[in-house]
Design a protein around this ligand. Structure first.
Ligand SMILES: Nc1ncnc2c1ncn2[C@@H]1O[C@H](COP(=O)(O)OP(=O)(O)O)[C@@H](O)[C@H]1O
Ligand SMILES: [Mg+2]
Length: 307
């Protein structure tokens, strides 16, 4: 069964309770009841968390998410409390730690797509729909959609696939009111981020958000605000394409992990993605190129130098 090639041990930090080791992040609870999210340098592909680390990746994901949360602050409240490293934590948590409000997560991957590719393209080719949304004839890999669409997926455990579902299915699972809020917020945030990326010469083809209810901030009537959580608008959660090279009809060069996937499925890796064996270590040049892509995405989006 896919999963971790090497599952890391959580750190022992006084005052922190380890909750969960995700594909990329380690989650702890502090004594105030907040969540301490530590982004690692791990990377995953084909439902495996790979044995190789991409140096600085955790810090890029964290710094980029924080930058985006700032850009979106007027549009969507977020879960960030601080970036303080808890006393007694490993020194290398600096720059990759986010203390967040612990939310009641909505178990839906809130995906927005402005362009057609990936699992959206696969469904379109079968049925001319994505997550049940009807689309016009004649679209190809990389085509811009007439308007951005909400294409939710159910969240899978480590080692399993997320599954695209219809809006109606989301409404059935989480209630009509939450489904409507998810769609509205997802599209609004996508549109804002798409426009910011476009100013930097990047196409935001699609992106995934996670939302949760902040019960600690509930109003008198008991209604809790829906808050933007997790990481946002990073190369792990989004497809960014350089606008100047965009050409529908084939796969677009991207800042995501596509070329790690390409290497894993090439003859060079010697790995069979459909076999029983875990994937091998990445060669040093693939690690280096991957690191460079993350740093480049950060610098292009924010306009800031990495170091
Ligand atoms: N504010 C929050 N409160 C509770 N859970 C959260 C919050 N923000 C993110 N999460 C959860 O933390 C985990 C982040 O770790 P990650 O490595 O991305 O996990 P995954 O393997 O599920 O993608 C996810 O399961 C996500 O749903
Ligand atoms: Mg995640």
């Amino acid at each position: 069964m896919p999963g971790f090639v090497d599952k890391p041990e959580p750190a022992q930090v006084p005052g922190l309770t380890h909750l969960h080791t995700g594909k990329v992040r380690d989650l702890y609870r502090n004594e105030a009841g907040d969540l301490v999210m530590v982004a690692s340098d791990r990377t995953s592909a084909y439902d495996w968390v790979l044995p190789s680390l991409i140096p600085d990746k955790g810090r890029v994901l964290t710094r980029l998410s924080l930058w985006w949360f700032d850009q979106l602050a007027d549009l969507a409240p977020n879960h960030v409390v601080s970036t303080e490293v808890p006393a007694g934590a490993p020194a290398d948590w600096a720059g990759r730690t986010m203390v967040c409000r612990s939310l009641r997560m909505v178990p839906v991957e809130a995906v927005a797509r402005g362009y057609l590719t990936g699992s959206g393209l696969a469904e379109y080719e079968r049925s001319r729909t994505v997550c049940g949304v009807a689309l016009p004839e004649g679209l190809v890999d990389g085509s811009q959609l007439p308007a951005p669409i909400f294409t939710p997926a159910t969240k899978a455990a480590v080692g399993e696939h997320d599954e695209n579902v219809s809006y109606e299915e989301v409404a059935r699972q989480v209630g009509a009111e939450t489904a409507a809020l998810l769609r509205q917020n997802t599209l609004a945030v996508y549109i804002r981020a798409r426009d910011i990326a476009a100013e930097r010469g990047l196409i935001l083809a699609d992106t995934k958000f996670e939302f949760g209810y902040d019960d600690g901030a509930a109003a008198q009537d008991g209604s809790a605000p829906l808050v933007l959580a997790d990481e946002v608008l990073t190369p792990d959660s989004s497809r960014f394409w350089p606008a100047d090279g965009w050409e529908p009809g084939h796969a677009q060069p991207s800042y995501d992990k596509q070329f790690i996937r390409d290497w894993l499925t090439s003859d060079a890796s010697g790995w069979d993605r459909h076999g029983q064996l875990p994937p091998p270590e990445l060669p040093q040049d693939i690690v280096e190129q991957s690191r460079a892509r993350y740093l480049e995405a950060y610098e292009r989006l924010t306009g800031l130098p990495w170091s």
